[in-house]
Ligand binder design. Structure first.
Ligand SMILES: [Zn+2]
Length: 280
């Protein structure tokens, strides 16, 4: 079983902003092609068994990859695609939209991004969303970590800020995208002690030295069993991500530095987060 727990689709010229597309080039040293139409996404996921597809809503940044768009694509391939709904705490009635996404559109969870959406993770407008997600059994993917847009506030981006969410909603399952980079130590601390909090390794491998340190930190704290496989497509592909993970120790050649346990890497690649998150 190969599950990609973190992928995007959008119509870049309609649903993103020119500013966002321009700033996205800060992500990697190589140019990033930000086009990911449903057709391109489907072709890129050929070798994957199940794929999580994210809506992406940010009133703060003017981005609207809406729930009907993502759910419509997922309905074309229901045996393989699972949609997560974008929900913004600044909307007047986000809970009604969550109910509609669950019961009307068949979406399986939520995507939230305090840094992209400009809210503190414990803002009372967000807390009502967590309560609804816990009640409806919808896990949340948090982008909790840094990102590139100039206007995205770092003060809301620390993984440690999700500790209060985990304590207030102990039955809510959630995962932190990209190990919460660059604050991966906070993410490791959190997932070690919160049973229903996890992380994904997407879009990290192209900073190989940082990524080696992330994996070693997770290994030494004994939390690699709480890591999910993902790509952040179109930022990276399945083949690149698997290959780079299997080759993580090559940069250590000629040194006595400790190695990442490659058996654990294979277990991450084979893991089924949908079962763990009860999304199936
Ligand atoms: Zn992403």
């Amino acid at each position: 079983m190969l599950v990609d727990c973190h992928t995007h689709i959008w119509l870049a010229d309609q649903q993103l902003t020119p500013e966002f597309i321009r700033e996205a080039q800060l992500m990697r040293s190589d140019p990033v092609d930000m086009t990911t139409t449903p057709e391109q996404h489907w072709a890129a996921q050929a070798e994957v068994d199940k794929v999580v597809v994210l809506a992406f809503e940010s009133t703060h940044l003017g981005i609207h990859v809406d729930n009907d768009f993502v759910a419509g694509y997922c309905r074309q391939h229901p045996e393989k695609l699972l949609g997560l709904a974008g929900v913004d705490p600044y909307w007047p009635d986000p809970v009604a939209e969550i109910e509609r996404c669950k019961h009307g559109l068949g979406m399986k969870g939520l995507k939230m991004s305090p840094i992209y959406q400009g809210f503190h993770p414990m803002d009372e407008r967000a807390v009502r969303i967590y309560a609804a997600a816990e009640r409806l059994g919808m896990p949340i993917l948090f982008h909790q970590g840094t990102t590139f847009p100039r206007r995205a506030p770092l003060k809301y981006a620390h993984p440690e800020q999700l500790e209060e969410v985990a304590l207030a909603f102990p039955k809510l399952k959630f995962w932190i995208a990209h190990f919460g980079h660059p604050w991966y130590e906070e993410t490791v601390c959190l997932i070690r002690k919160q049973p229903n909090v996890f992380t994904d390794l997407s879009a990290l491998w192209y900073r190989p030295w940082q990524y080696y340190n992330i994996l070693m930190c997770a290994q030494e704290y004994g939390v690699l069993h709480k890591v999910f496989f993902g790509t952040d497509f179109p930022v990276a592909t399945v083949a690149d991500t698997i290959d780079a993970n299997r080759r993580i120790n090559e940069q250590l050649e000629g040194t006595r530095l400790p190695r990442v346990d490659l058996d654990q890497i294979e277990r991450i690649i084979a893991r089924n987060p949908l079962e763990i998150l009860e999304m199936e």
